[in-house]
Design a binder for this molecule. Structure first.
Ligand SMILES: [Zn+2]
Ligand SMILES: [Zn+2]
Length: 169
């Protein structure tokens, strides 16, 4: 959603409040794409803080579907955060901010996405004791044991063992 800023820029030093719909259904971090599975309207406050200066404050709440780090099953990750940015509109300064579109317009989605990276959890697990997937057959071990023999040592260890064996021959 885009919000025109001409009224805020020409008016007095006041705060305008908006509710904006989140316009994206997928978050692409350049490596993975995460579907948005829940979203609430963005609560936005635009305050004129000085001559050609605006403060944007947004309260954001939505959920992304992110695969579990161990078993890859989708996990709903709720995200809530606040974005606060002040922008200067003197002499084309607005062109440097990705969330400000041409013609004094705020791109709410870009403002929200701008800080999304910082709020993504470093680790996502479907549950604390997720057993992950079998390294032999790929079965989800949370759904029961697949019966594979996983006692075989790490292949890297096997390679080292081979080196010792060859050296002793
Ligand atoms: Zn899992
Ligand atoms: Zn297996």
């Amino acid at each position: 959603m885009h919000i025109h800023l001409s009224d805020s820029l020409t008016g007095g030093q006041e705060t305008r409040v908006y509710e904006a719909e989140l316009g994206f259904d997928l978050f692409d971090d350049g490596v993975n794409r995460y579907p948005v599975v829940r979203k609430e309207p963005v609560r936005l406050r635009i305050t004129k803080t000085g001559e050609k200066r605006l403060l944007f404050e947004a309260e954001v709440s939505f959920s992304l579907s992110v695969p579990c780090d161990r078993c890859l099953e989708p996990v709903t990750v709720p995200l809530s955060y606040e974005v606060s940015r002040e922008a200067d509109f003197k002499e084309g300064a607005e062109e440097e901010e990705a969330y400000l579109a041409e013609g004094y317009t705020l791109d709410v989605d870009a403002l929200v996405r701008d800080e999304l990276f910082m709020h993504m959890p470093a680790k996502v697990l479907c549950r604390e004791d997720c057993k992950g997937i079998c390294n032999r057959c790929g079965a989800n071990l949370n759904q029961g044991d697949c019966g594979c023999d996983r006692t075989e040592p790490d292949p890297r260890m096997a390679a080292i063992r081979d080196i010792f064996r060859d050296a002793n021959q």
